[in-house]
Design a protein. Structure first.
Length: 198
């Protein structure tokens, strides 16, 4: 039976520049942003329920007086992506070992841009994002859609994410999981579990 590793993308495979991009878009510090933002807008955008213009227009609650500069946001976002240390090499090693590889990400429509920029289709067998399936980790619907697309049973999968609650969600569907901290720590787990040779 083939085995697979399912990777969160941001802050697991790639550096996530979201916080820096928010500061560039708003001119505010994160604590100020947190106090004024509409908490429903980002999840709805990640699920593909609203478009980018609606996301930007509704990012702040009415009456705050704050604005969202989408051009500044995109400039900072695009400049900030990068593979985390050791992660591209680890993915390549897994591919050479014949392991199935999938992205399992909470991310909006920008996933398609990132997919092209980092040639994800050459590294992974599939990319599943909240934007594609209309649900976000740790919602059960996300994992149901994910495992419907992965040609391995959940029991043959290791789910890797930097958020423990997302890992718990995968475990509830039968997968094993690993809370990501570094490429070296993950590599040791993959060797221990037999995904990579020692």
């Amino acid at each position: 039976m083939r085995r697979a590793v399912l990777f969160d993308l941001m802050d697991t495979v790639l550096r996530d520049p979201y916080r820096e991009a928010l500061r560039a878009a708003t001119g505010l510090e994160l604590r100020e942003i947190g106090a004024a933002r509409n908490p429903e807008v980002w999840p709805r955008f990640e699920k593909g329920h609203i478009d980018e213009a609606t996301f930007a227009a509704g990012y702040f609650r009415e009456g705050t007086g704050h604005t969202f500069d989408m051009s500044a946001f995109h400039a900072e976002r695009r400049a900030g992506y990068a593979f985390l240390p050791g992660m591209r090499e680890l993915v390549v090693d897994l591919r050479q070992a014949g392991v199935g590889l999938y992205v399992a990400s909470n991310y909006p429509v920008w996933i398609e841009e990132v997919r092209e920029t980092f040639a994800l289709d050459a590294l992974f067998d599939g990319v599943v994002a909240s934007h594609h399936v209309g649900a976000r980790k740790p919602e059960a619907a996300f994992y149901e859609a994910l495992f419907a697309r992965v040609p391995c049973p959940p029991e043959a999968c290791l789910f890797v994410d930097d958020r423990a609650d997302n890992c718990t969600g995968a475990e509830a569907h039968g997968a094993s999981s690993h809370v990501f901290s570094s490429a070296d720590d993950l590599r040791a787990r993959l060797v221990r579990d037999g995904f990579l040779p020692g």
